[in-house]
Design a protein around this ligand. Structure first.
Ligand code: SF4
Ligand code: SF4
Length: 163
């Protein structure tokens, strides 16, 4: 079996996430906020499992990939706050006025609701501008929801807050 490209580049693609069953189906994505755990390596971590308030994340063994029951996931974003690998996101593609993406953010300055921020892809490429709509914090990790242009919800995975 060929080495997956994320092992060489450190950046996972949507195709690879789909192959690993880490992407919600289109039908669920259209219903409202849902977690996307971009966690493709068999590492000894399961912190998201006990923290999920609806028990939507399952792992048989510590090194398994985290499998989300998309119907149990409410998009609460607790997994975004607790994931030490900054690999958990919540996307909401159900709105008409734009897509909404919730990302972990561990840089200062702290984002504030209403801030206009630069949107970044998985590779750090600039994708445009978005507006912060929600911020909460846990143990110095900011959990930031941004409204992004329609169509970018599965591409934006970080933000840059200019000073
Ligand atoms: S968003 Fe909330 S409900 Fe969904 S998997 Fe994460 S912690 Fe569980
Ligand atoms: S907490 Fe993050 S790194 Fe750990 S299993 Fe869950 S998604 Fe993967």
């Amino acid at each position: 079996m060929p080495t997956p490209s994320f092992r060489k580049t450190g950046v996972i693609s949507l195709e690879e996430l789909s192959t690993l069953n880490l992407l919600p189906p289109e039908s669920r994505l259209k219903k409202g906020p849902v977690a996307v755990l971009e966690c493709p390596e068999m590492i000894p971590c399961n912190i998201c499992v006990p923290y999920c308030p609806t028990k939507a994340i399952k792992m048989e063994k510590l090194i398994d990939l985290p499998m989300v029951d998309w119907n149990k996931c409410t998009g609460c974003s607790v997994c975004v706050a607790v994931c030490p690998g900054l690999a958990a996101f919540v996307v909401d593609l159900s709105k008409e006025d734009g897509d909404y993406v919730t990302v972990p953010h561990e840089f200062l300055p702290a984002p504030k609701v209403g801030d206009e921020v630069t949107l970044l892809s998985r590779t750090g490429e600039k994708l445009g501008r978005g507006t912060v709509t929600r911020v909460w914090e846990r143990n110095k990790t900011y959990v930031v929801t941004v409204k992004v242009p329609k169509g970018l919800g599965m591409e934006v995975r970080a933000i840059w807050v200019e000073k």
